[in-house]
Write a protein that binds this ligand. Structure first.
Ligand code: ADP
Length: 751
């Protein structure tokens, strides 16, 4: 095995190494392209040596290929002739010949090269064939794409050029290097060049040719030229300036617009400037300004000194009255002077006829008078400006003070009241924090809406009609309004609406100042309810008292009439006794009520057996129950002792049993007593009319009834008094009930 020559070996040693190690043969044999040597014998190609890729192509084993002719390898005649031609060309030119051809849908590239003559006089050639199908496909794709893009670009460029040329505005585009890259005919024409090509220069060139100044003649530094500003990233719109060509003296008025163009990374790559020649318009405008009677009038009567001078010879050609007063010359004298006679120190100072000097600010405008360039000058005397400024500052201070006062008042009002303003149509334009707080709406939800947002529906249409009639007629409206907050809750506001009137006396805004009176309203409502309840009670009480009194009167009269019949008298007396009893119960109840109200109801405790107490009550009212048809069922322990007020507990039990008789619909009444822990629990159950759920708490309050007086008579006091008595004992009284099925009153008394 040949060893690789060391570093520093000579070229012969390398050649020997290459030959002996067969490097070329290995490369040849395994190359992925078809390679070989052929001889041309008359009109035939004979293969001498080929590599494996060629053998694969011809479809014969490598060892069989040497000596084979193309015809034997199945190469068609026309192809063979084509190849022979290529070999001959190489032989004739002694240069390699490269050509492409198609075989079996493959795009092949071949190179043939003449080597020399063989010992038999034949010509010998090398050939190499590469498959470039894939390369060609991607190359074609690429070409198609490039062509498409080129076409599109060409089209766009043509369109752009057509557009650029068709616009009358001048278009000038600079690149990053201040170089003009695009310019249209109009721009060249405006700037006084014969073709755009002449203007393809950089910015420094234009700086030597052009002078640009503001409309009132101030020369601009090139750094402030529109193009320089656009190059620094500014966008401009309709900046009016004057331009002058230094070389030709030509002058224009331009309107400049333009903007920078950025690439996808945000770098500015171009600056586009669009200029419009407005010289004519500017002249016409100025001429108009001067000649139009209205402006002439303004000129003559202007309180500021004004004059006009000819730009070329600087002669004053027109003056106004104020100028005559200011300069103290007569008109004739002033018209004979030039601007230099009245100006010193540039334009900053003006000298009057008597030598007095005034510090001024000069404002100039171009005019064209009878074809002559002129300037209209306005003189602003600033000699006494400091004084004026001081007095102005004082006024401003006073105004600010006044404004502060106003805002202080507003602040105070804001803190105290609910404020809102609306426009003439009632659309809300302002609300303060208090308004938002009480209405629960945010400012955004209110501004732009009208007050219907908070309308509770409480007031009638008539109410609001009257309200609007008042304020629309410029009058102040006062009243109380019931509003609805966002969560549906109701609030009352005491309201004053003040219309603000314009010069014609028509309201242009309404200011509403409101105060929350919800609590007062609730108190008033409670008071009203209390009065109503009292009135109702009085009417029921008088009825309740009258009924037994009428009956008493009747039975007493009957007794007197039948004095001689003792049997009948005793019946009448029995009735009389009943009515007296009923009256005394009523009066007792009313007395108890006033005792409770004044805190004078007292409890006298002593040892009481509740079982015994129940029996004693039943002995008195058992009859009443039985007369109502109620059967009494008792479930009692032997005894149940506690320390209670015997009389008052008796009163409670009597009341509950009387109610069971009144509302028990003649059905059985069950009395149940047991001891539960520390308590004696007494329940009185009936199967009568029952009590609706919503009335269950209310019936324990004063004068409250769950049934009308026409159905069952009563004052609505018994349960209230019972409840107070039980509470005074540290116990409780509750009711369980279902309408139509009966009620169970449960009394718990601590043992
Ligand atoms: P009064 O019976 O004089 O109306 P009360 O204070 O004793 O006054 O009772 C208040 C109200 O409670 C009654 O008007 C009635 O509507 C209701 N009530 C009391 N007891 C019963 C009962 N056992 N069944 C149904 N309703 C009752």
């Amino acid at each position: 095995m040949q060893t690789v020559p060391e570093k520093g070996a000579n070229s012969h040693q390398f050649l020997d190494y290459i030959q002996e190690s067969n490097i070329f043969k290995k490369f040849f044999d395994h190359a992925p392209v078809m390679m070989g040597i052929v001889d041309l014998e008359q009109n035939e190609i004979r293969h001498i040596v080929d590599n494996q890729t060629s053998a694969d192509f011809f479809g014969v084993p490598l060892k069989d290929l040497p000596g084979k002719r193309s015809a034997e390898l199945g190469v068609p005649n026309d192809r063979r002739k084509f190849w022979i031609t290529q070999y001959r060309i190489s032989e004739a030119t002694s240069r390699p010949v490269k050509f492409e051809y198609y075989h079996n849908n493959k795009h092949l590239s071949a190179t043939v090269n003449y080597i020399g003559k063989t010992e038999f006089g034949n010509s010998r050639f090398s050939y190499i064939v590469t498959d470039i199908s894939e390369l060609k496909v991607s190359q074609n794709d690429l070409e198609t794409k490039v062509n498409q893009r080129t076409n599109e670009l060409e089209k766009q460029m043509a369109q752009l050029e057509a557009v650029l040329e068709s616009v009358s505005d001048g278009i000038l585009v600079y690149d990053n290097n201040n170089q003009v890259v695009l310019i249209n005919e109009a721009e060249a024409r405006i700037c006084g060049y014969s073709s755009p090509e002449e203007m393809k220069k950089d910015l420094s060139y234009f700086q030597t040719i052009f002078q640009i100044c503001t409309l009132d003649g101030k020369i601009l530094d090139p750094a402030l030229w529109p193009v320089s500003r656009i190059m620094k990233g500014e966008s401009l719109k309709d900046v009016q300036l004057k331009a002058k060509r230094i070389d030709t003296g030509q002058e224009w008025v331009f309107s400049f617009s333009g903007q920078p163009v950025y690439d996808s990374q945000g770098h500015q790559i171009l600056s586009v400037c669009i200029s419009k020649d407005i010289t004519k318009e500017a002249r016409t405008q100025n001429k108009l300004l001067y000649s139009e009677a209205r402006y002439r009038h303004l000129f003559i009567n202007n309180p500021m000194p004004m004059y006009v001078y000819n730009t070329t010879n600087k002669r004053i050609i027109d003056v106004n009255e104020s100028a005559l007063r200011f300069y103290r010359y007569s008109k004739e004298e002033l018209l004979g002077l030039s601007v230099f006679d009245i100006s010193i120190d540039g334009d900053n100072k003006q000298i009057k006829k008597d030598g007095e000097i005034a510090v001024v600010e000069i404002h100039e405008r171009d005019l064209l008078i009878d074809g002559e360039e002129s300037k209209l000058v306005l003189v602003n005397d600033v000699t006494h400006r400091e004084e004026v400024e001081r007095s102005l500052n004082e006024t401003v201070d006073q105004l600010e003070e006044a404004l502060k006062n106003v805002s202080d008042y507003k602040f105070a009002l804001d803190q105290a009241s609910i404020l809102a303003t609306t426009d003439a149509n009632g659309v809300i334009t302002y609300v303060n924090d208090k308004f938002c707080e009480i209405s629960q709406y945010s400012r955004d939800e209110l501004i732009g809406k009208n007050h219907r947002v908070v309308n509770s529906g409480y007031h009638s249409k008539e109410f609001f009609r009257n309200f609007w009639d008042t304020i629309k007629n410029g009058k102040v409206w006062k009243g109380e309004i019931c509003n609805k907050a966002k969560d549906g809750s109701i609030y009352w506001v005491d309201t004053v609406i003040v219309p603000f009137l314009d010069a014609y006396g028509r309201p242009y805004q309404y200011v509403a100042v409101r105060n929350d009176v919800t609590d007062r309203k609730a108190y008033e409502k409670a008071l009203e309810n209390a009065v109503n309840t009292r009135d109702e009670f009085l009417s029921i009480a008088s009825h309740e008292l009258k009924t037994p009194l009428t009956s008493l009167k009747l039975h007493t009269q009957l007794a007197i009439r039948h004095q001689d019949k003792p049997g009948r008298i005793s019946k009448f007396l029995e009735q009389t006794d009943k009515q007296v009893h009923r009256l005394s119960v009523l009066i007792d109840d009313m007395l108890d009520i006033s005792r409770i109200a004044s805190g004078k109801l007292s409890i006298q405790k002593s040892g009481v057996d509740l079982v015994h107490l129940l029996h004693s009550v039943l002995s008195r009212v058992g009859n009443v129950l039985r007369q109502s048809g109620c059967e009494i069922k008792l479930t009692l322990p032997e005894s149940c002792f506690g320390i209670w007020d015997h009389f008052r507990i008796e009163q409670v039990v009597t009341n509950l049993l009387t109610n069971a008789a009144k509302y028990g619909a003649g059905k059985p009444v069950e009395i149940d007593l047991k001891v539960e822990g520390e308590f004696a629990v007494l329940s009185i159950k009936d199967y009568g009319i029952g009590i609706r759920f919503e009335d269950r708490e209310r019936i324990f309050q004063r004068f409250e009834r769950a049934i009308s007086a026409s159905e069952v008579s009563g004052l609505g006091l018994g349960l209230y008094i019972s409840c107070q008595i039980i509470k005074m004992h540290g116990g409780s009284i509750t009711v369980e009930s279902e309408p139509g099925k009966g009620s169970t009153f449960i009394v718990c008394l601590p043992l």
